[in-house]
Design a protein around this ligand. Structure first.
Ligand SMILES: Cc1cc2nc3c(=O)[nH]c(=O)nc-3n(C[C@H](O)[C@H](O)[C@H](O)COP(=O)(O)O)c2cc1C
Ligand code: SF4
Length: 662
């Protein structure tokens, strides 16, 4: 008889009177695949992917509730858009999931650019426009309250008529989506948005009955929840996304939010617990898994909240999710990125295929691409948000005719190309010069902070070995090998090589990758790294965990310029907490000696003593093999770092598409 592998995770739960088939909620993702407020077919396909993958609740990202509330491009609940929203709820139901949509008002963070009437930009208190010169301005703040940092437009304080207008906006919008077939709505009381702005003492400076004491600060949010409940009636559940703590001195606390929820539960039926503190909300890879579970647990164990509580934040695998529920810390889990990297996580967990779950890297490429670039990319899942064009992956079609393929290079691009080509039924050989697959990703076997990327590397190696690809290690590609394979297509993924800086005494320095790949490298206690990009900084963090004092010399006036968004903020915050990592910007390195590095900064010459000097100023393409091979098969394609230096996502996507083009 079948025995469910995760009995807590896959136990149905009733929320109000709605049965949910399991305890996994697909968290809201903005997904700016909308045109003029209308989700396009790519959006529909993306949501279908989530539902098809097996989550119990599938949530659409932020839907604005009224003019003045938009902080981004987003979905507009108009009569013309009703058909597409009905189709979205339908497609969620098709797979037995609960259809949910998140309702948001940006309050003081709403942006005049996305609203018709700039006079409707309002919040708890008046705020003059603030000027923010650099992305780290918030770090001067008591701690990590980043949300107020990037706003340079004014906002007026709400009066009672405004409160009524907004509360009715919430109710109208909830009613609209329920008419479109949604089972529930989730109210965004997460970090930094209007309802939470009322609760935060930083943003609520009112002196009337809506400011001051916690009781007063909760008054407007509770009024909104009551207005929604009164409008939608008693039949449908209403969910609440709640920030459990502001994570800074003087901000709202978990005790405050538990008290608030004990009142709010009169109107809402489930609370999903998130947090403030940028890097804690969408934790980058160097933070722990399940990092906010304690907040859900506090609420669960408070004894004053009776509705189901869901935990959220870096819950990436079914084992952890099941354990959280089993321990009584939460009734369910909400997952965002784990279901972007692999929407089929629930189904794979149910059928004992955990090994096959594509692990999330917590690289936040998805967030940057969604919010900044308006197209949605996941580093490890080339299909996500492209389902309308490419399908869902579970029914990948075999190629019309079987081809013979030679992939040269076993890094992420080469492995992905080989896996996808093999899945499509081709006869694939992968030749790798080294004695193991992984390419540059093999550094994760040594690095102390890249455990997510290590999991991914292991997954890719496992998948390559299982996919029927003939893997030839310790193999240089020769004419004899090509002749014996006689490939229809050669995919060249030979990676890149370090750029060596033209600095006097460079022979005294090593490339930073040697700390991972050369087991004999001698590392002194004081290390200088030349180059403050992502590679240099992350290597510095790793060396610091080994107890080394690290000085990073960056020639530009800022570090980690090759990263962005939350990842960059989180890394910067973490760096600032490390007294043993010294960063010097605008440093022009003049000479490297065996005992240290001399550089100029602000017109002064300084020498940083060091027993070990490393450089990380970038990589250059390695296309020599391509130029040797370009005429040795009908089709020869150059991909990955060998063509253009990039990150994991560039390599994985290039590998995937090279294998589709067969
Ligand atoms: C691409 C992307 C889009 C997101 N959009 C939203 C959103 O629309 N509304 C929201 O409340 N949170 C949004 N989030 C935050 C997630 O819902 C979730 O809180 C966060 O990713 C932490 O969960 P995780 O660690 O499981 O990824 C988004 C996150 C990502 C990565
Ligand atoms: S882009 Fe990165 S963080 Fe986002 S889901 Fe994919 S692997 Fe995870």
């Amino acid at each position: 008889m079948y025995k469910q592998p995760y009995p807590n995770l896959f136990k149905p739960i009733k929320i109000r009177n709605t049965m949910v088939k399991n305890r996994i909620m697909s968290a809201p993702n903005l997904l700016i695949r909308t045109i003029g407020g209308r989700p396009d077919n790519y959006y529909l396909g993306y949501i279908e992917h989530k539902a098809r993958g097996g989550a119990g609740i599938v949530t659409l990202g932020e839907a604005n509730v009224c003019d003045g509330g938009n902080h981004q491009f987003g979905m507009e609940p108009t009569l013309e858009n009703m058909p597409i929203f009905s189709e979205i709820s339908h497609v969620i139901h098709q797979y037995g999931a609960i259809a949910s949509v998140e309702l948001t008002h940006g309050g003081e963070r709403a942006n005049p650019r996305y609203n018709k009437d700039a006079n409707l930009i309002m919040g708890p208190s008046e705020r003059p426009p603030g000027q923010v010169a650099n992305p780290y301005a918030h770090l001067n703040h008591p701690k990590w309250v980043t949300h107020r940092a990037a706003i340079d437009w004014p906002c007026r304080a709400m009066n009672k008529a405004d409160m009524e207008y907004i509360a009715n906006g919430y109710a109208d919008t909830a009613e609209y989506y329920m008419k479109a077939g949604f089972d529930t709505v989730i109210i965004h009381n997460g970090p930094g948005w209007l309802l939470t702005q009322f609760i935060s003492p930083f943003t609520n400076k009112r002196t009337d009955e809506y400011g001051g004491s916690l009781e007063n600060r909760m008054r407007f949010p509770l009024y909104v929840l009551k207005t929604i409940r009164d409008r939608v009636g008693q039949q449908k559940p209403i969910l609440l996304r709640l920030s459990g703590t502001e994570r800074c001195e003087g901000g709202y606390t978990i005790e405050d939010m538990t008290t608030y929820l004990s009142k709010a539960q009169e109107y809402v039926d489930m609370a999903e617990i998130t947090t403030d503190g940028t890097a804690w909300v969408m934790a980058p890879t160097f933070m722990p898994h399940g990092l906010n579970v304690d907040l859900a647990e506090y609420i669960k164990k408070s004894g004053i909240v009776d509705i189901p509580v869901y935990a959220l934040g870096s819950i990436l695998d079914p084992e952890l999710a099941d354990r959280i529920i089993g321990s009584g810390a939460a009734d369910g889990v909400s997952m965002s990125r784990a279901l972007i990297s692999d929407p089929f996580l629930p189904k794979k967990a149910l059928t004992g295929r955990e090994d096959d779950i594509t692990p999330c890297l917590r690289c936040l490429n998805c967030s940057v691409s969604d919010n900044r670039d308006r197209h949605f990319i996941c580093s490890v899942n080339p299909l996500i948000s492209r389902e309308a064009r490419l399908g869902f992956g579970d029914n990948m079609k075999p190629a019309k005719s079987r081809k013979t393929v030679l992939v040269v290079g076993g890094g992420p691009a080469g492995m992905q190309a080989a896996i996808t080509a093999a899945e499509r039924g081709h006869d694939v050989t992968l030749a790798e010069r080294a004695d193991a697959l992984g390419g540059m990703l093999r550094f994760t076997a040594v690095d102390s902070l890249k455990h997510d990327l290590r999991r991914y590397t292991e997954y890719m190696v496992r998948k390559t070995n299982r996919s029927g690809v003939k893997v030839l290690l310790n193999t240089e590609v020769t004419d004899a090998l090509i002749e014996s394979i006689n490939p229809d297509k050669i995919i060249v993924a030979t990676g890149s090589k370090p750029i060596v800086p033209d600095i006097k005494g460079i022979e005294n320095a090593r490339h930073v990758s040697d700390i991972y790949f050369d087991p004999d490298i001698k590392l002194g206690d004081r290390i200088v790294i030349i180059g403050g990009g992502l590679v240099g900084v992350e290597a510095g963090m790793h060396l610091n965990t080994l107890g080394k004092h690290v000085t990073i010399l960056e020639r530009y006036d800022d570090i980690i310029r090759d990263s962005g968004g939350v990842y960059r903020i989180g890394l910067t915050e973490m760096l600032l907490e490390k007294p043993d990592i010294e960063i010097v910007i605008s440093a022009q390195v003049k000479e490297i000696a065996a005992s240290g590095v001399t550089y100029e900064v602000d017109g002064n010459s300084v020498t940083a003593p060091a027993e070990t000097v490393l450089y990380a100023i970038g990589m250059q393409t390695d296309d020599k093999i391509y130029l040797d091979l370009y005429n040795k098969a009908p089709f020869v394609t150059l991909i990955g770092d060998a063509k253009k230096n990039g990150k994991v996502h560039d390599a994985v996507h290039a590998g995937y598409y090279a294998a589709l083009d067969l």
